[in-house]
Ligand binder design. Structure first.
Ligand code: NI
Length: 150
């Protein structure tokens, strides 16, 4: 959306308008493509291995399939959003657990210890800073330092 600053001076307003139009070129707009989440999930066959499908403002949109128990961990600097696209899973905290069904999401704040558990295959969209390591403060066989982009 193009915001135009309020102004009593038509000339200044016109200048801002021209600037805004020039800022979004046709060439750049032509590279903007939609993402079909279900189609992307068809390319994912393994579990606990997030793929990057979008980036904005230093954050990444990732898709991951969950099955089984993950590792207890926390993230010192990042809040993590989990949105269930298909199936269901739960996030365990030390004092409770939260089941997430299709269409539901949760934001796990930084420094909060958590463990995702999926009894059956769950398709989950993650939205979090690009710096987020999947296993947080823990390093083990599930750690994925470099994520692939789909
Ligand atoms: Ni986490």
């Amino acid at each position: 959306m193009v915001r135009r600053p309020a102004s009593h001076n038509a000339n200044i307003d016109d200048k801002f308008h021209c600037f805004s139009v020039n800022a979004i070129t046709i060439a750049e707009a032509g590279t903007v493509e939609k993402v079909n989440v279900a189609e992307k999930f068809k390319e994912i066959e393994d579990y606990w291995n997030p793929r990057i499908v979008g980036e904005l403002n230093g954050q990444q949109v990732k898709l991951v399939r969950l099955k089984g128990e993950f590792v207890w961990h926390h993230h010192e600097n990042e809040d993590e959003m989990f949105l269930v696209v298909k199936g269901k899973f739960r996030i365990e905290f030390h004092d409770r657990q939260v089941w997430l069904n299709e269409g539901e999401f949760i934001v796990v704040p930084r420094n909060v210890e958590h463990r995702p558990v999926a009894e059956e295959d769950a398709h989950v969209l993650l939205f979090e800073p690009a710096s987020t390591l999947n296993t947080g403060n823990v390093r083990n066989e599930r750690t994925r330092d470099r994520l692939h982009t789909l």
